[in-house]
Design a protein around this ligand. Structure first.
Ligand code: 8DG
Ligand code: MN
Ligand code: MN
Length: 371
């Protein structure tokens, strides 16, 4: 055992957006435990508690080695009493009784299963649980009215629960890229979300689409969706895309229009035949059919850097960027713009690097935003 007096406490800056968080995590046991408590809090509509656990987990993820002794944590930011108790429990006993009992609780299990259905949030799941619905079979038997997204989500539950591989993401990029090129030849498409941060799997595939000429992106999303709906199903095979289509409207004279959010399920059949076979993973060469969640975002070029930064994540990194902007800089950051509250004006930027500079932050590349 290490003598307390010899232990050097770790130091990390308080905001996740000031830290470089790679995918390497020396404290996965601790962060998995805290993430589970965060998830439970979020599913119970206790967002404040959820964020507290997420921030604590992110601090542990940023440490250069495994925590072995509570005294190493002295002075670290974002570690509240509750998180510290959980960490202490695991360091001393190997597990946390709170985490274990949460994992086993019927309510948590039911919330996880029900919110795992595309289109079902914690409020709907909670209402169903109060009506005695705890699993998919009970939901099917209940005669509850499901909207279109939820019906598709229930039908393809197992597929959507299964992680999307990078090879599948690349294959879908090929399809969506072809759709974009045919409806608007100069439009550009970028993979965002976890894959842009270097993750090898994800729960969905996130795309950001823009056009080099401001205004030419208007109307692109409906055309893209029609192309996918009408053409993809005849020409391609093997993947059902469920798209969360979010259209970011044009930035007009310092005023941001409300996002128009559409939700639709597309039946797209995709083959991987165009894919480079040398990089194809076994799961893609099997060519089985599956459903994949896809988020499509269209942004005018003037907002592109903000949309790129906002849709690359991680969720906590984004939240921390906005908190930094608000609390430390008196600015409001969104996926559309950066507003200086004191000067009362929008600050333009054409790259992520410029946004970090405006925020007085060192640039953190995507693969180090895995907070
Ligand atoms: P994963 O899918 O690989 O599991 O992880 P991820 O790619 O990091 O998570 P994500 O849930 O796909 O979210 C990616 C980013 O997109 C995240 O940083 C936050 C952002 N985002 C949403 N929904 C919305 C939204 O409705 N509006 C805006 N502006 N951003 C959103 O997920
Ligand atoms: Mn994603
Ligand atoms: Mn997403």
């Amino acid at each position: 055992a290490v003598n307390d007096s010899e232990v050097t406490p770790f130091t990390v800056p308080s905001y996740a957006c000031q830290r470089r968080s790679t995918l390497e995590n020396h404290n996965a046991v601790l962060t998995d435990a805290l993430s589970l408590l965060a998830e439970n809090a979020e599913l119970s509509d206790e967002d404040g508690r959820g964020v507290a656990f997420r921030r604590a987990a992110a601090v542990l993820k940023a440490l250069p080695s495994a925590v072995t002794n509570m005294s190493q944590l002295t002075g670290l930011p974002c570690l509240g009493g509750h998180s510290l108790r959980v960490i202490k429990d695991i360091l001393e006993n190997g597990t946390s009784s709170e985490v274990e009992s949460t994992k086993e609780s019927e309510r948590f299990k039911a919330l996880k299963v029900l919110t795992g259905i595309f289109g079902v949030g914690s409020k709907t799941a909670d209402r169903w649980i109060r009506e005695g619905i705890h699993n998919l079979q009970q939901l099917r038997d209940s005669g509850q009215t499901l909207n279109r997204a939820q019906q598709a989500g229930l039908e393809h539950y197992d597929d959507i629960k299964q992680p999307v591989s990078l090879a599948e993401a690349e294959a879908i990029r090929g399809i969506v890229g072809r759709a974009v090129a045919s409806v608007s030849p100069e439009a550009q498409i970028v993979l965002t979300g976890g894959f842009r941060r270097g993750k090898l799997t994800g729960h969905d595939v996130d795309f950001l689409i823009t056009h080099p000429e401001e205004g030419s992106e208007v109307g692109l999303m409906p055309k893209l969706v029609s192309w996918l709906e009408s053409r993809v199903s005849c020409h391609l095979q093997n993947v059902l895309l469920i798209c969360d289509v979010i259209f970011l409207c044009a930035f007009q004279q310092e005023r941001i229009k409300r996002c128009e959010i559409k939700l639709l399920a597309l039946r797209c059949r995709i083959t991987y035949s165009e894919q480079d076979e040398t990089t194809a993973s076994p799961s893609t060469t099997e060519r089985r059919w599956r459903a994949v969640r896809v988020d499509l975002v269209v942004s005018p070029i003037s907002q592109f850097a903000f949309a790129l930064l906002g849709w690359t994540g991680s969720k906590l990194f984004e939240r921390e960027l906005r908190r930094w902007a608000g609390h430390e800089k008196g600015m409001s950051l969104s996926s559309h713009a950066l507003y200086d509250n004191k000067q009362g004006r929008y600050i333009r930027a054409s790259s992520e690097e410029e946004i970090f500079a405006h925020l007085g932050l060192e640039f953190i590349p995507p693969n180090e935003r895995n907070a």
